[in-house]
Design a protein around this ligand. Structure first.
Ligand code: GTP
Length: 160
């Protein structure tokens, strides 16, 4: 199988591939690269900082349902289109996490009183290139998962 390997911000080993479920048929986590009106839609996690929304797949949900739910819970974004683009595996100190990556376009952003465990939506015209050195960005935005995903979206003409 053709996959990328690298180390994340915390030096955990990561494998990433843009193919159908390369590491698990039942990933426990999802992560959603969101675009709203030609801008990026992120959430502000109180401890980790700015990141694309995501989280754990709950019992009885498909990963894609979890992806839509997490976008809604963490940003108030209503998904217009969503597609699976790839999957990555992080070998952490304690356990191994497998995460599906989705690309979503958001049709509406609804203001809510509660954004679950986050501070809610953040809209950005551009993603900074030097994310690694920016303390207000989450560690999950600082490894090559995002870089390769943006390249994949660009190569496949998916970016607006
Ligand atoms: P909660 O139960 O929500 O508090 O989660 P947790 O702290 O147990 O973490 P989780 O199960 O989400 O992930 C476990 C570990 O996997 C994290 O501490 C990270 O080291 C790693 N991890 C999870 N998601 C990502 C990711 O998107 N990228 C990278 N590089 N590592 C991740």
């Amino acid at each position: 199988m053709n996959f990328f390997t690298f180390h994340d911000y915390y030096n955990n080993q990561v494998k990433l591939a843009f193919s159908s479920n390369p590491f698990s048929e039942q990933p426990g986590h999802v992560w959603v690269i969101c675009v709203f009106k030609d801008q990026w839609l992120l959430t502000h996690h109180p401890r980790r900082g700015l990141e694309f929304p995501g989280g754990k797949v709950e019992a009885g949900e498909t990963p894609q349902e979890a992806a839509k739910r997490e976008v809604w819970e963490e940003t108030g974004g209503e998904v217009n289109t969503i597609e699976y683009i790839g999957q990555y595996e992080v070998k952490g100190k304690a356990d191994t996490v497998v995460k599906n990556i989705y690309f979503a376009t958001i049709e509406d952003l609804i203001e809510k009183a509660d954004y679950m465990e986050t501070k809610g939506p953040v809209i950005l015209e551009n993603l900074p290139r030097d994310r690694k050195s920016l303390s207000n960005y989450s560690f999950i935005m600082k490894d090559e998962v995002l870089t390769h995903s943006l390249q994949f979206l660009s190569d496949n003409g998916l970016l607006p």
